[in-house]
Structure formats: structure tokens, C-alpha cells
Ligand binder design. Sequence first.
Ligand code: SAM
Length: 311
Amino acid sequence: MANKQPFVSSTNSELRATKTIKQLLREGANRLLKNKITSAYLDAEIILYSTLNKTREWLYANLNTKIVQALADKYYSLIGKRARHIPIAYITNRKEFFGLDFYVDKTVLIPRPETELLVKQTIAEARRDNFRQDDFKTNITIADIGTGSGCIVITLAKKLPQAKLIATDISKKALVIAKKNAKRHGVSSRINFFRGDLLKPVQNKIIDIIIANLPYLDSKMNNLLRSPDSQSLKFEPTIALKGGIDGLNLYRRLLKQISAMKDKPTLLLFEIGAGQAVEMKKIIRKLFKKSTIQIIKDLAGFDRVIKIKTH
Ligand SMILES: C[S@@+](CC[C@H](N)C(=O)[O-])C[C@H]1O[C@@H](n2cnc3c(N)ncnc32)[C@H](O)[C@@H]1O
């Protein structure tokens, strides 16, 4: 939607246009560079086109357009936040995941590109004809445990139009964001959201697939892989990150809850961190004697997804 505020000059001092887009970009990028932001130029562009409610293409087609003072001030204030290393997604309140645009703020984890692998694997499995004896495609139920922004469950709702979906989170604030995103993507009626500890609120339901990207950082953060992640970590909710001494506390508890279900799901898919596959396999084999386990690596070659056929 076009921003209603005019970009060029007016008699009102707030609306007086002083600087061009080109000047603002240069000033913003220089300030970010001084503060050791490696993506300074790109971030200045993103902040400017978000402030103006325009696109990157529009910026480049209008480099000599002057911007009114009120909008320039807003841009400077957001550049100031980025200079303090606040993640760009929290500044613009947007993050793309699986080609979809999600609202995010500091109450939820910023969706990571590597989590797309977990979603891709789930979609592929859910589309298999021979997954279950009966008409799997029409009545499959998938539960996303620890939904955060809702990026996983909402993508599944979009890609699997016949699936029934459940999402849980312990954080009330995260559920507010997940519901907001479900509404934004027109899938609110397809997803049942529950607040509670892991599987507890839905443990009595019949679920075919359980998918989860639970907090899995260990206490020394040894399993942290990427530097951009580490920069945003101090701004993200602790409850979305930490998984105890070896990072696997939440998965241990979740797997126990699943093993206690009357009707056990056929398939489980979890995102894990570097070096966690061996311990995860041990936990799973103890609880699910007949299980088949597969580890899937991400593009960087790290163990990323663990897929478990429970029987
Ligand atoms: C790593 S974040 C993942 C968020 C989202 N699924 C994603 O992939 O971007 C983990 C989520 O688990 C939630 N969580 C943490 N402990 C939980 C618990 N005991 N029960 C349910 N959810 C929990 C957090 O609030 C957070 O939203």
C-alpha cells in the first residue's frame, strides 16, 4: 500500500523535504559500517524502503527524490536501532520464510532459512500416497510443537490444503503472533492453537505427524552454527533458544510425552543442532524400540533434521 505522506517539500516544517534517497542511503550505510554491521548497504536499503512503504526497485528508480523530514527522522531512528545490532527483522517486523511474509517481533524467534528443510521434508512425507492405510491425504493431522511465529504450521497449511493442523506454544505472546500470521495468510480456520507445555494440551488427540523446532542451544552454545544467528541471539526470547546442558531437554520431554500417547503418531520430524544426532538417536531408540531413524543434512552439510518412523 502506498504511503500517504508526501515525499517532497511543503510549507509545514515536519513535511519539509531536505535530503534525497541517495543521500539518506549513504548516510545510513556509513553509520552502520561505523558500527561494524557487515550488511550495512543492504540494511540501509531495507530500512529506507520499509520506512517509505516502497520496494527496493522503487528506491533505485527514485534516487534523487527528496524525502520529507518526518520520514527521514523515522529512518534515522531505525538506522540507530540497527547500529545497536537489533536484527533487521525486528526493526521492519518482517521475515520471509518459504516465500511467505511473516510478522515478527521480539516475542518470537526469527524464522531461520535452515528450518525450511524441516518443512520441505514434512510436505514430502505428507504427500506420499502410501503413508497410511486409509485415506491419508484427506484426514492427515499434523501438530507443530513450539510454533513461535507460526512459520512452520502456516506454511504447512498453505502447502497441504487438506491437512488438519494443530500448533502449541508455552508463550502466550508467541501465540498472539502466530494467530496474527495465520490470519494474514488466510489459514486461521485451518489451525487449532493451544497454549501449554509441549504436547500436553493435545496429548489425547489423534495426530499423524509431529513436527518441532524446539529450543536446542546447549548451555555453552557449542552447537551454534552460523554467525548471523549469534548476532541476533541476544535480542531473541531465551525461552525460544535454550535447551539445557546438552540442548536436548525439551526434545527428551517431548519424546517421553509422545511415547505415552495412546495413539502414537507415525512420523516425527525435528530440527536439531550440530552434533546432537547421536544423543537424539539414543533417546529415541530407548523410547521407540521399533523406530526407523533418518538424519538429513542441511545445505552447509550439518545434521539438521531427524526423521523418525515410530513403528
Ligand atoms: C526455536 S523456537 C521455534 C519457533 C518456530 N517453530 C520456528 O521454527 O521459527 C522454539 C519455540 O518453542 C517454544 N517453547 C519453549 N518451551 C516450550 C514448552 N515447554 N512448550 C511449548 N513450547 C515451548 C518457544 O516459546 C518458541 O516459540
